[in-house]
Design a protein around this ligand. Sequence first.
Ligand code: BEZ
Length: 255
Amino acid sequence: MTVNAASRWSPSDYAGNAAFVPALGAAALELLDPKPGEAILDLGCGDGVLTEQIAAAGARVVGVDASEEMVEAAKARGIDAHVADGQALDFNTQFDAVFSNAALHWMLDPDAVASGVFRALAPGGRFVGEMGGEGNIAILRAGIREQLTERGYPVPPTDPQWYPGVEEFTRIYGRAGFVAIEAQIIPRETDLPSGVAAWVKTFRTGWMDAARVPEDEQAEVAAAVERRLAPRLRRSDGSWFADYVRLRFTMRKPH
Ligand code: BEZ
């Protein structure tokens, strides 16, 4: 989901280097347990891989994402997808459930997201999903910062993402009116079959833009980050992983 200036990616990079994102959404999807005939909103649907699975369960699903490119890719799969900012949702009590995988951390105004999701749900409706949680990609983030600093680039003061802990997350969604909020932090070492440089290229191009790294130097920076992080993110068999931490949650709008 592309929702702030520091994020920029292409569907082909995403499909080639980030196929693990929807694949790892399987547990959250199981928790959603979509039923035939239910109306479900997929918030931050990306290219629609998981949205398609929700539809396959017989639900009537609508996908929204802030990236036009991703919405086009989702539409190409036959998804009813729309460009929308998750921080300004314009739905009113029309969904039995809202689902979100690996998207909420891109939305830097979580109170606005929480109240928009609350409004979108029918009374008794559920909000289920997963996002980056506290400590997410700490090694990757440090490696990129160190590399940019070493090259003399101004490192943007804040990360372009929000990785809450359970307490903060629960407070925000409780304040929006949700009940039965259950959230847990799940550290999840995640295979990067295309390596760390491809991850940086796919997910941190916008951030490098913000640090004013010229476009023709970005591939070199990504490769240098990979070399720097090899001792921490490459296994002895040569495979790469990312130090992901998930926050998985379920909650309900009261009747
Ligand atoms: C995540 O799913 O945690 C994530 C994805 C892309 C960039 C950063 C984090």
